[in-house]
Write a protein that binds this ligand. Structure first.
Ligand code: CP3
Length: 350
């Protein structure tokens, strides 16, 4: 691991490992971004990919929520499409839409467009940002990548999809090609996360945001092997870096997300945290799961809902407080400040 400033606040890493903590750690998915006025100021116009490619700007944007909220972890300002963009697949991020692919993945020869990632030459700016951050932060930095299924969905559909119809058609209709595609995408995730860890990040999150579109049998057969290889290879580095596995609408997949090899499973707001813990057993930590839309409600409601999440964990080790999905752009940053205060001040009733 690259050397940086010492991580003075390791409560997040301890919780990921299921160790006792003196307070529950908290960070927010999409904590950097459009809910922050200081983000809009830094970001300006143009493609988000250009902003990510400027290390001094990406560093500052990553630090903004850490300063403002006092969260216990930073997450790199980047995006899940950065590796595929860097190898020239032809993807951009359209504001208000998300990732858009000019020539979607359709047939076997499209595999040639998914060459291996060489992080030092393809994404040097990302590594520079990570090194900058590690030198400045006194909380852990979370590395991340998109999981094979969620990436496949963007590449096959050509953009965001409600039904993932073309993706499932490929999965069921051409299973060999599907497996080859997911293999390439797993290689990209391993190379990308591995390089962020080499540069000094101290945990990682695999975002399989859209895995909830799959039935458990489909996930087990068509997705689990590729995601399992990611956790196995990154775990095989031997540096004990904790891995988080997250998806939305994945209540029926929680055990499988754990089986992929995660130390921490992200839980969305549709499942009570105590139910999630019961399904997952004592050896897996959980992350979540306040409804990001509930955060838009009056403070008394937000507080009640946040306390409910904490009470359902009942003071057990192995809980990282987060939202059930990313911060919505409409969110009042002041509410998130108060949520952090509330979580940090919480004591479980014995
Ligand atoms: O704070 C953080 O979480 C770190 C940065 C981060 C971004 N995207 C920044 C971003 C992370 C971890 C992601 C991951 C990501 N990107 C996921 C997985 C997480 C999830 O929400 O499920 C997904 C599915 C994407 C794809 C993507 N990129 C979407 C759906 C969008 C939103 C499009 C929109 O404008 O509504 C993006 C763009 C994006 N990624 C923004 C940010 C801050 C907004 C960019 C802008 O316009 O400035």
């Amino acid at each position: 691991m690259a050397s940086g400033a010492p991580i003075n606040n390791d409560v997040f890493l301890r919780a990921c490992r299921g160790l006792p903590v003196d307070r529950v750690p908290v960070w927010f998915m999409r904590q950097a971004g459009r809910s922050l006025p200081e983000y809009h100021k830094m970001r300006g116009e143009g493609s988000m990919l250009e902003t990510i490619a400027r290390p001094e700007v990406a560093t500052e944007i990553t630090l903004q929520p850490v300063r403002r909220y006092g969260v216990d972890a930073a997450i790199l300002y980047s995006d899940i499409v950065v590796p595929t963009h860097a190898i020239g697949f032809g993807v951009d991020i359209v504001p208000g839409v998300g990732p858009v692919v000019e020539y979607p993945f359709r047939e076997a020869r499209d595999l040639d467009r998914l060459r291996p990632l060489d992080p030092e030459t393809d994404t040097p700016h990302v590594l520079e940002t990570v090194r900058n951050l590690v030198a400045e932060l006194d909380v852990p930095l979370i590395a991340f990548a998109g999981a094979p299924f969620t990436m496949a969905s963007y590449l096959v559909e050509g953009g965001p999809s409600r039904t993932h119809a073309l993706t499932k058609r490929l999965m069921h209709g051409e299973p060999d090609l599907w497996i080859a595609l997911l293999d390439r995408l797993a290689d990209l995730a391993i190379a990308s996360i591995g390089s962020q860890l080499d540069a000094g990040a101290s945990a990682f999150q695999l975002f399989d945001s859209w895995a909830g579109a799959l039935a458990p049998d489909e996930y087990r057969q068509f997705v689990l092997p590729a995601s399992q290889r990611i956790f196995a290879e990154l775990g095989g580095r031997g540096d004990g870096v904790p891995g988080i596995h997250f998806g939305v609408g994945t209540g029926e997949l929680l055990e499988l997300l754990a089986k992929a090899g995660a130390d921490v499973v992200g839980v969305d707001w549709r499942v009570h945290l105590d139910d999630a813990r019961e399904r997952l057993g004592p050896d897996v930590a959980v992350q979540g799961n306040l409804d990001p839309a509930a955060v838009l409600a009056p403070w008394s409601v937000v507080a009640e809902r946040a306390i409910d999440v904490l009470d359902r964990n009942a003071g057990q080790p192995g809980h990282v407080f987060n939202l059930g999905h990313g911060v919505l752009p409409e969110t009042d940053p002041e509410t998130l400040e108060r949520v952090v205060e509330l979580v940090h001040g919480y004591k479980a009733t014995p």
